[in-house]
Design a binder for this molecule. Structure first.
Ligand code: C2E
Ligand code: MG
Ligand code: MG
Ligand code: MG
Length: 291
């Protein structure tokens, strides 16, 4: 983050919610009320195995159905929720809703790993592992039902404490993923010590990779880097079949993007899975399905 980027971020943000202290106070009140008034929605976006063409997971993404402003996207309130610490309440809500969804899907014979996003504030919360353990126990779920996504920048805000929390979550048996990989400032020396299972290549490198050879080279190298470190590699931002096919050729493990599905309400996920068909030829490949 440079000071300039931070200012630009605030300008975009100001367009929706004014940052004067009176406005901030009312936004915090609105966020708090939103939980009680049931204005948050759990949306999910499927994660597909590029080896088998099957849905293997889904990312939990929050939406806010605001009574006056309509649908508010996370980029417009997550930064504020992080600043104020409200994010902890929201993270817990997302975990709870994801657990309910996981249970419902399992009862229909659908077993997916659900990914929940964590922020810096969550990583600083000493009670976070215990909160997750409580959610798992109440919903009778194993830790492998979840993956937790953390951005490089969230980790680098306070690497020592982040590592402590991540170690504890890892010991509980939950998968950990580095989100938006390639856009932060983490050092590889640091990353190799983190107990992570997955790298998620940032969509800025993926969106246009069939036309931009620079992006394609970054994606290919990141897949190789992740595999050499023993990690699962996921690409986000797949908007075309051409990019899907490139990622298959490059040996990327999983894909998430508008080409397969936009984020959808959690209630529609089982139906989406039943109708999903990967691009021709992939599901029938006997070598790929055995992998
Ligand atoms: P993220 O975790 O990197 O999530 C992926 C974002 O990329 C989502 O935006 C998703 O809709 C978008 N996306 C997925 N596929 C495509 C594609 O093919 N093309 C394009 N152009 N975009 C695609 P969304 O839902 O607006 O969320 C934005 C960010 O807000 C997330 O980025 C995450 O950092 C944050 N966020 C969302 N929900 C939560 C939450 O419950 N907790 C926390 N801490 N952060 C959240
Ligand atoms: Mg994410
Ligand atoms: Mg991401
Ligand atoms: Mg992002």
């Amino acid at each position: 983050y440079t000071a300039k980027q931070r200012t630009e971020g605030a300008v975009v943000y100001d367009a929706v919610f004014d940052q004067s202290s009176a406005q901030s106070l009312s936004l915090l009140t609105e966020l708090r009320n939103a939980i009680e008034r049931n204005e948050f929605r759990l949306f999910v976006q499927p994660k597909i195995s590029l080896a088998t063409g099957k849905a293997v997971g889904a990312e939990a993404l929050v939406r806010w159905v605001h009574p006056e402003r309509g649908n508010v996207f996370p980029d417009q309130f997550i930064p504020f929720a992080e600043q104020t610490g409200f994010i902890r309440v929201l993270t817990r809500w997302m975990m709870e809703q994801s657990a309910i969804l996981s249970h419902e899907l399992a009862s229909q014979g659908i077993h997916l790993k659900l990914s929940v996003n964590l922020s810096t504030r969550d990583l600083m919360d000493q009670d976070l592992p215990a909160k997750f353990a409580d959610v798992l126990a109440r919903h009778q779920l194993g830790p492998s039902a979840f993956c937790l996504e953390i951005t490089e920048s969230a980790i680098m805000d306070d690497p020592v404490r982040a590592q402590q929390t991540l170690e504890r979550l890892h010991l509980m048996g939950m998968d950990l993923s580095i989100d938006d990989f390639g856009t932060g400032y983490s050092s590889l020396a640091y990353l190799k010590r983190l107990p992570v299972n997955e790298l998620k290549i940032d969509k800025s490198f993926v969106l246009n990779m069939e036309h931009d050879t620079g992006d394609a080279k970054i994606v290919r190298s990141t897949i190789d880097l992740g595999h050499n470190m023993g990690l699962r590699v996921v690409a986000e931002g797949i908007e075309s079949e051409a990019v899907w096919r490139l990622l298959v050729l490059m040996g990327c493990d999983q894909a998430q993007g508008y080409f397969m599905s936009r984020p959808i309400p959690a209630s529609g996920l089982a139906q989406w899975i039943r109708q999903w068909q990967p691009p021709d030829g992939l599901a029938e490949d006997p070598v790929a399905s055995a992998a």
